[in-house]
Ligand binder design. Structure first.
Ligand code: EPZ
Length: 413
């Protein structure tokens, strides 16, 4: 059944443990291709995107074993450098396999990853960076062939601190000849997680004081074992769900230092939180306060991946809020579905105006992408009555146990 049924209207109360980070583990899985040995990853989230990345790794000849949250990748023999179109089009983050295969094999063939509902998602910055490292690119109708007999380190200045472009540069540079400096590199925690994994495998990478990344190419990387950090976006999703539905929750395995911008907004809305052991406790206010104006930004600003979930909480606020989306050009797809639940939200170009209402009502709504789908589940927990959220496969791409998590937090799903 591709749908989720939630009976909302009651405050949350309970505790759940946060899964490993989707956006940290995906580039690290690609990075295992660079290791001439076996890499072991603990705390891997059991989500559709990880399964897709594992299929991609197997298509290159890697041997991959996955049992209870632990993935072992044996990349000693890479037999194929052409990535199957089906996988690449399913999951655009497979584009980071380019940097890994270029770094290890000096070539890769990939179909264009294509856009998705939140934006056209070009890869121009990735390709410009590769060209600076001596990669030649051949475009064909079925995709792109990139090769570099000798990948050479270079000074790369990114026009925008793109997460994926930064990851691809790191993956191509870590075995390249010489030194690479990535200026205006992304600062998201997932970048530092990738650098941490690569250092664990013997890579020479450091973050300079100005935020640039300096990578000195090595001959080879060696076997290592590494734990996937907790998912800050899943944690933020449940915190905002509690703000919408009310109540008091505890989330275990949360790095609150990665949620500063989100916690500042939660406090502004009237939430009270405290760190507790390896996690966080949040007590929601009777009714959330509106946020006069907020915009999504690159890290450490307010994350675009928690923008839809914030709309769900502000839909019930006392007062009017304005939320501007500055990262993606089409990330308000969730708005019409929230309006069906009774929200008063108006889209004007790249921002929305939300007039808070006293209550939302349960409805039949559809997910159109991962974070919008998660936001609808959070709104359904707050809405009076039953909701049905269809296209749950979008949500399964990033949330490994949404039902169990929501039950643990006292929701009825
Ligand atoms: C990563 O996507 C995340 N995905 C996204 O999370 C996240 O929203 C995004 O970073 C921003 O934080 C993964 O990590 C797997 P970008 P990515 O390159 O790397 C434009 C989720 O819900 N751009 O930083 O694709 C691009 O179009 C997902 O978990 C170019 O124009 O993001 C976008 O407007 C959604 N040219 C902006 O930059 C390029 O060459 C940010 O993209 C590259 C990007």
């Amino acid at each position: 059944m591709d749908s989720i049924h939630i009976c909302g209207g009651c405050p949350l109360n309970g505790e759940t443990r946060i899964q490993g980070s989707k956006n940290a583990v995906l580039p690290v899985l690609a990075a295992t291709v660079l290791v001439d040995g076996v890499s072991t990853l603990y705390n891997c989230p059991d989500i559709a995107d990880v399964h897709c990345m594992i299929r991609l790794l197997r298509s290159t000849g890697c041997k991959v074993k996955w049992q209870n949250g632990e993935i072992r990748v044996d990349a000693r023999r890479i037999a194929c450098t052409s990535l199957p179109q089906a996988y690449v089009q399913t999951m655009r983050s497979s584009v980071v396999m380019m940097g890994a295969l270029l770094g290890r094999m000096g070539e890769v063939h990939i179909s264009y990853p294509g856009g998705c509902v939140i934006g056209k998602r070009p890869i121009d910055m990735h390709l410009q960076a590769f060209a600076r490292m001596g990669v030649t690119l051949e475009e064909a109708c079925d995709g792109l062939t990139a090769c570099a007999k000798h990948l050479a380190g270079a000074v790369i200045t990114l026009a925008f601190p793109s997460v994926g472009a930064t990851e691809n540069c790191i993956l191509a540079a870590v075995l390249a000849k010489g030194e690479t400096l990535i200026r205006n590199a992304a600062r998201e925690p997932e970048i530092d997680a990738l650098c941490d994994f690569l250092r664990c495998a013997g890579g020479d990478i450091c973050r300079e004081a100005d935020g640039s990344l300096r990578i000195r190419g090595r001959e080879r990387l060696c076997r290592c074992a590494w734990r996937v950090p907790p998912d800050r976006i899943v944690a933020g999703t449940y915190l905002l769900g509690c703000m919408a539905a009310g109540g008091r929750i505890r989330l275990a395995d949360v790095d609150t230092t990665q949620l500063d911008a989100v916690l500042a907004v939660i406090e502004q809305m009237g939430g009270k939180y405290e760190s507790s052991g390896d996690g966080i406790i949040l007590a929601a206010p009777e009714r959330v306060k509106a946020i006069p104006y907020i915009r999504t930004e690159v890290y450490p600003g307010y994350p675009t991946d928690l923008q839809s979930q914030l709309l769900a909480a502000l839909a019930l606020a006392e007062g009017e809020s304005i939320v501007e989306e500055t990262i993606f050009e089409n990330r308000f797809r969730v708005v019409p579905e929230l309006v069906r639940m009774g929200a008063h939200i108006n889209i004007e170009e790249n921002h929305v105006t939300i007039k808070g209402v006293a209550r939302l009502h349960g409805s039949h709504v559809k997910a159109e992408e991962l974070r919008g789908g998660a936001a609808l589940c959070m709104a359904a927990l707050a809405a009076q009555g039953d909701s049905c959220i269809t296209n749950r496969h979008f949500i399964d791409r990033g949330y490994q146990a949404l039902e169990q998590d929501i039950r643990n937090l006292g929701g009825r799903i």
